[in-house]
Design a binder for this molecule. Sequence first.
Ligand code: PLP
Length: 404
Amino acid sequence: MQISRRLAHLLPGGDDGWHVHYRAQALAAAGEAVVPLTVGEPDARTDPAILDAMDRAARAGATGYAPVAGLPGLREAVAARVARRSGTATGRDNVLIVPGGQAGLFAAHLAALGPGQAGLIVDPFYATYPGTVRAAGGRAVTLAGRAEAGFAPDPARIVEAARVEGAGSLLVNSPGNPTGQVWPRATIEGIAAACAEAGLWLISDEVYETQVWEGEHLSPRALPGMAGRTLVVGSMSKSHAMTGSRIGWVVGPEAAVAAMADLATHTTYGVPGYIQQAALWALTEGGDALEARIAAPFRRRRALVQAALGPCPALRLLPIQGAMYALVDIRRTGLSGTAFAEALLAAKRIAVMPGESFGRAAAGHVRIALTAPDDVLGEALDRIARFAAAQAQAQAQDRAATAG
Ligand code: PLP
């Protein structure tokens, strides 16, 4: 039997750079000491106080079916948080609780796109974006981010691509993965205006909203006229180190939330009640102080990266304005991102992601996840700097030999 075209073509053919990650895992499984800086997962585990809340809720009986759209109290807590942080009126019916940001991205695209419509994504992008658009029955169309504009797309190109491709949505991500960029107000305003002009839904992936090191996070939903066409995806994976609990939300117009709740009835059937109650505890009792504690190591490690890689002439470090990644331009070594990552793993047993995994615009870069303890990361960064310097020197010698 044939599997459907939609699933058979979910992932593009060829190599997406994840082989470096899998090779690192295989080496580690074989007993080798590998420093894994590939995956965006906080190295800290979920806070014991959140686990206690989960345990209490489960033992008190919250192990049956939970309300599919989310516990009313949790929807209200998320609405209050969003209203407080964005200054935009938000009520319980604007919030759908979903099993993680990824499920939120999928639901948002299903809500936004008609069959075969294009979903615009910005290159470089988080690795699942094209497949998410395709899984929702859309065509993934990439818009090149402009390096000089923090990898944001040109608003005029958004309007043009929407018209030419027949697009229904644009997906954006600030603070960004893999870029580490936090787009300023003018950029967000330009994107929002383009979406309004082109009649697009704006899907705003804000899962790194609590990790802002420079500038300010602005949700496009807060801009005049945008609440009716914006779907904000949030998650507690990064903000609360709850990756495995699968808990997040989509915030949007009431009709869209009701439609996505119908979708949930036919797909996920919601999120376990004890997870939701733990999330409610984390958002209300844990509050901003808990979030700040979880974000703190990444702020610290950002400084480590700047100190270790900033002075290295073979590398160009992009400013790490937010999120938990450093995107590093390695083109002065003469290698592609993939070749650099492969060679670094082979020679130094350090695993980083090739920029090519995140689209064309990040080719010639590698992404370093700041997800190892400070001492391990610090040592790995020094080794990366030395490795890059040696590669650049070898390439200079090759050039001289060829010229001579
Ligand atoms: N969006 C971005 C930009 C991400 O980096 C990730 C995870 O790495 C997700 C969404 C999905 O996160 P989750 O489904 O764990 O909430």
